[in-house]
Design a protein around this ligand. Sequence first.
Ligand code: SF4
Length: 333
Amino acid sequence: MTVVPDLARPLVDGFGRQHRDLRISVTDRCNFRCTYCMPAEGMVWHPRDHLLTFEEIERVARLAVERFGFDSIRLTGGEPTVRSRLPVLVAKLSALGVDLALTTNGSTLESMAYDLHQAGLDRINISLDSLRADRFAELTRRHELPKVLGGIRAAVAAGFDPVKVNVVVVRGVNDDEIVDFARFGRNEGVTVRFIEFMPLDADHRWSQASVVPSAAIVAAIGAVFPLERLTRGSDPAERHRYLDGHGEIGVIGTVSEPFCSSCDRVRLTADGQLRACLFATDETDLRALLRAGATDDALADALAATVAGKWAGHGITQVGFTRPARSMSEIGG
Ligand code: SF4
């Protein structure tokens, strides 16, 4: 349970949304080359000294907790497990008493799951977009499906509960596996979360036509395994439980059913930029402040100012929507 320090005051934006969830990208690097995320040749990686150090990350996180009562942190990438000594950072952040989660492609979990759990990680989401080896290789440009499946089982064995599997559904690419993934989740005892395709792909091939709406995903699964909708908090996922008691699924309808009105998240990129929204087109350079010797007050003010200026929502389906300059791998989920 998170203890909210006495100093803490709620960080509320202009739309009355209290922010309490910090998403931290610990690296822009990845060992996969997912087609909807980055080009085959990869990206031009940030020089290592541009990445925030563990101490800098911990300082920003501590301020978010102590000054504003943040109670959850999610570590993302690129692929966070390619950042060396990650369990050390997990232990530092876990000591802040927050709910600590990680999103990973699962390829290293067979060797890392136990250490991450021991270091204090509470929750884990594993990205997997196909259960077919050939299609997996096509989508990720890597032949690593067995490793990822092994990683999922290692996460369950390490004691993570629930283990969540994130599936980005793209029309005409993997939408014919929706029910297969539901069955996989039921058989493996993991929660599958289906995510609508978002305009954050490095190749800019996203179109509204490539989006499978969350309602259609729920309908496809419900036709085979009857579902009941559960109440929703500020979690991006709309949850549905199986009526026969075999667990639940989640759907994240960013495009068709935006949930920006209950958004409680800010993001810190691996190179120290603070983003009020996943689709933000402007950022606050916290790294410059950190390395210029800024005080805790100055950093807290920068965090507060970023949230104060936050827009109502992404506006993806509206005329004039501008994609962020960064792709998903440079922001983190
Ligand atoms: S799109 Fe932006 S405002 Fe909407 S839920 Fe995501 S981060 Fe929040």
